[in-house]
Design a protein around this ligand. Structure first.
Ligand code: ZN
Ligand code: ZN
Ligand code: ZN
Length: 771
């Protein structure tokens, strides 16, 4: 199938005005046996869409081919015109190359793969929402209302098969009425495992800072809302863990939260009381509007409206975007109904630690952070953070894949050997293959400490239990010091280590169902290079099997190694040192206050003696260096801050000009030389920041496109942390297309290290097949 796709792409539409694309859609929920397939067929015929639809044990699958705009319309109407009785729990779409379908057909139902499919936790459905605000309903104001179409799943499952006695709901015995609903096939709570009501289900309590109960049930909720209104910080036990809630308009409170949580400047996400409230604060595009209201209910990055801003400045300092989400459990709906204003909803943890899931644990771990605790007695079995999504190239892109998405599989073409991939170090996730499905865990976090390492092992245990894994190999990064690598090394199973940036590219290829050959551009933070240097600005030619490094950034010494990640000023100095050698210190080109004399002395020794100063080709560090040289940021309060601020410094209509650069050759390898850009930056001091940052971004794109032209490979794959940057990615897309290339980027899997596990798995599978 993918081989055909390669030959057919690009295929103009009948009128020759656009290109045909294929979209693969997986719909889960109450969609089988409710006339859904005939509905899809009629819609497809109406719009002239080609492809097929099929029912399987794990949902409705369909593929549709048409121009991109027709497909957008098709997807929109798929949701808005579906049969009234159908209820969609999740709808995942992935854009792929077309295969040239001639008609639209309803295919015979398949039994489907019998892999037990664990559903993610789904946002409250409209029916349940109506009930909790209906005075006459027995679930009026009940915060644990759910049905077959919504509510907790992944966070409460202890083992399979998915049945109430094997969930954390086992301690609640259903009352007669709930039991009647549960056993009635005509009821929408038929076999709803977490079914509950105020008589028989979980209940709320409000605890003070010491864990002493001060209120119960609805009074607990009202008191918690009062505390938020009063400027206090309230820890709320939600679906996949604790949130910290605080009034998003109260600057003093927000600053206090930052101080207590030791989170200096990283933007906070906001929960808005309603969709309309989001639109009052933000300009949401059609894709963003759809994401905000999707059953997955992620945090969506949306451009804020400066004019309508009642928010405290410290919510997201100097950030033109807001991370916005809507209430997704009855508890959040009831709370936000009381509050009526945007509140910060940030994960209940100390920076760098996994989110708290247990109330006793929360009282001790969040001591000194939360003033009060709104808790309940339904145990959360595993932590699942909020997902984060943004629009990229007119499609959805997941930046953090967790609640609402995990642990749903990504479908790859062809059968895979059974492999467990343990991911990288930052934003760790794990992945496991079962047939042609790759299950990717929820976001685990940076494996920096014992708590996150324990969460990592917990995720592996969960996968082993749910999918009865007996992996024929473990896939890991090449970095010997990563905790994930060490976990793999300690295991008895065969190990395959996969180079970091190769894994990035393979991950993007896998979700786009793309087979080699391809050219992979991996602009990234850092990853272990096989030559022992720190890679991160790599262009790889992907062949079958393996890869070759056809181009990379001109290397520079990184004084302090990982320490430089928090200090963009070190990267600036590193670039200057590479250009001017010791003169970089004599005629210091950095503003005088950036380094103390003592610091400069130490750095000079480090660089000249090459002490703890690895060579790097990282584009992430190049971003840092430029941010410092442009006097934008010399030290970062969180990972990626300097790069983010360079993106944010772009004007609404960024300039089209680029900094100069050179491409040199070293043997078979092209070297992307940034020196002319730094020289231009240093000599042309009158250039405005917005113009300079546009030149920098544009240079990176031109370098990539230039290499693509020299190599001549049509399919160009973009992956790595830098492709969270909207301007960089979208400019790449348009420039590559204009030059006749077919660019591919991420959709369901993050471009950052959260997507590495999938790529490792593919890399390992390839190697196993080769043996
Ligand atoms: Zn429901
Ligand atoms: Zn009940
Ligand atoms: Zn990476």
């Amino acid at each position: 199938m993918p081989q055909d796709a390669i030959q057919i792409y690009p295929q103009p539409t009948a009128d020759g005005k656009a290109f045909v694309l294929r979209v693969r859609v997986v719909i889960r929920g109450a969609v089988q046996g409710v006339g859904f397939r005939p509905f899809v067929f009629r819609l497809a015929s109406d719009l002239g869409v080609k492809g097929w639809v099929v029912n399987s044990a794990s949902g409705v699958f369909l593929e549709a081919e048409a121009s991109e705009s027709v497909l957008h319309e098709f997807l929109r109407r798929l949701k808005s015109e579906k049969p009234a009785i159908a209820s969609v729990q999740s709808l995942e779409s992935t854009y792929l190359d077309p295969v040239g379908y001639g008609s639209f057909e309803i295919r015979e139902s398949t039994g489907g793969e019998k892999t037990a499919l664990i559903l993610p936790d789904i946002a409250t459905c409209p029916d349940c929402l109506r009930e909790i605000f209906d005075l006459a309903n027995r679930r009026f104001q009940y915060p644990f209302t759910n049905c077959t179409n919504c509510g907790p799943r992944f966070t409460i499952i202890e083992s399979l098969p998915y049945d109430r006695p094997r969930t954390t709901m086992k301690k609640f015995k259903m009352c007669e009425e709930c039991s009647r609903e549960y056993h009635d096939p005509a009821n929408r709570r038929f076999h709803t495992q977490p079914n509950a009501c105020p008589q028989c289900g979980p209940q709320l309590e409000l605890w003070d800072a010491n864990g002493k109960q001060v209120a119960r049930k609805h009074e607990a909720l009202l008191t918690a809302a009062e505390a938020v209104r009063f400027g206090q910080i309230v820890a709320v036990k939600g679906l996949g863990g604790f949130h910290l809630l605080a009034d998003g308009r109260n600057e003093e409170t927000v600053q206090e939260l930052r101080r207590r949580k030791r989170r200096e400047e990283k933007p906070f996400a906001l929960m808005f009381p309603s969709y309309e409230a989001v639109l009052r604060h933000c300009e949401a595009t059609e894709v963003e509007q759809r994401l905000l209201r999707a059953p997955e209910s992620p945090i969506v990055l949306v451009r804020r409206r400066p004019e309508a801003d009642e928010l405290a400045p410290s919510v997201a300092p100097r950030n033109p975007y807001l991370g916005a989400m809507l209430p997704y459990t009855p508890l959040h709906h009831l709370l936000m109904h009381e509050l009526t204003f945007p509140v910060i909803a940030t994960s209940g943890n100390l920076s760098e630690e996994p989110i708290c899931i247990d109330e006793q644990e929360a009282v001790s771990r969040l001591r000194g952070i939360a003033d009060v605790f709104l808790v309940h007695n339904r145990p959360i079995l595993r932590h699942v953070d909020d997902s984060v999504a943004r629009e990229m190239g007119g499609r959805e892109l997941l930046i953090r894949r967790a609640r609402g998405y995990a642990p749903l599989p990504v479908y790859v073409d062809g059968e895979m050997p059974s492999v467990l991939a343990v991911g990288a170090h930052q934003k760790n996730t794990i992945a496991a293959s079962v047939g042609s499905q790759v299950f990717i865990s929820q976001h685990i976090g940076d494996l920096e400490n014992e708590a996150s390492y324990e969460a990592f092992r917990g995720a592996i245990r969960t996968f082993e239990m749910l999918y009865e894994l007996k992996p024929s190999a473990l896939a890991c990064d090449m970095h010997p010091d990563y905790m994930s690598t060490q976990y793999a090394q300690a295991s008895a199973a065969p190990k395959v280590s996969v180079q970091h940036h190769y894994a990035h590219i393979l991950s993007c290829m896998a979700e786009n169902c793309l087979r080699p050959p391809a050219l992979g551009i991996s602009w990234d933070g850092s990853g272990y290079g096989p030559d022992g240097t720190v890679w991160g600005g790599e262009i790889l030619r992907i062949s079958d099997p393996g890869f070759s490094r056809v181009a990379h950034l001109r290397p520079f010494l990184l004084p302090g190694g990982e320490k430089a990640v928090r200090e963009p000023r070190r990267c600036a100095l590193a670039l200057l040192y590479e250009m001017f050698g010791d003169d970089a210190f004599d005629q210091s080109r950095l503003p005088a206050e950036v380094f103390s004399t003592e610091e400069l002395r130490v750095l000079r020794t480090m660089l000249s003696q090459k002490i703890n100063s690895p060579w790097t080709t990282s584009v992430g560090r190049l971003f840092d260096g430029f941010a410092s040289l442009l006097n934008l940021r010399h030290s970062a309060r969180f990972e990626g801050q300097a790069a983010m601020e360079l993106e944010f410094a772009l004007s609404e209509a960024p300039a089209d000009t680029s900094y100069p650069y050179k491409i040199c050759t070293s043997g078979d390898t092209l070297i992307l030389d940034w020196e002319p850009a730094v020289r231009s930056l240093l000599t042309d001091a009158c250039v405005q920041l917005a113009e300079a940052t546009a030149r920098f971004h544009n240079m990176l794109v031109e370098m990539g496109v230039e290499v693509a032209k020299r190599i001549g490979e049509k399919k160009v794959v973009l992956s790595g942390g830098c492709f969270q940057n909207k301007y960089l990615t979208e400019r790449f897309l348009s420039k590559l297309r204009a030059a006749g290339f077919h660019p591919y980027w991420h959709q369901r899997v993050p471009p950052n290290d959260g997507g590495i596990a999938l790529g490792q798995l593919i890399g390992a599978a390839e190697q196993l097949k080769g043996n």
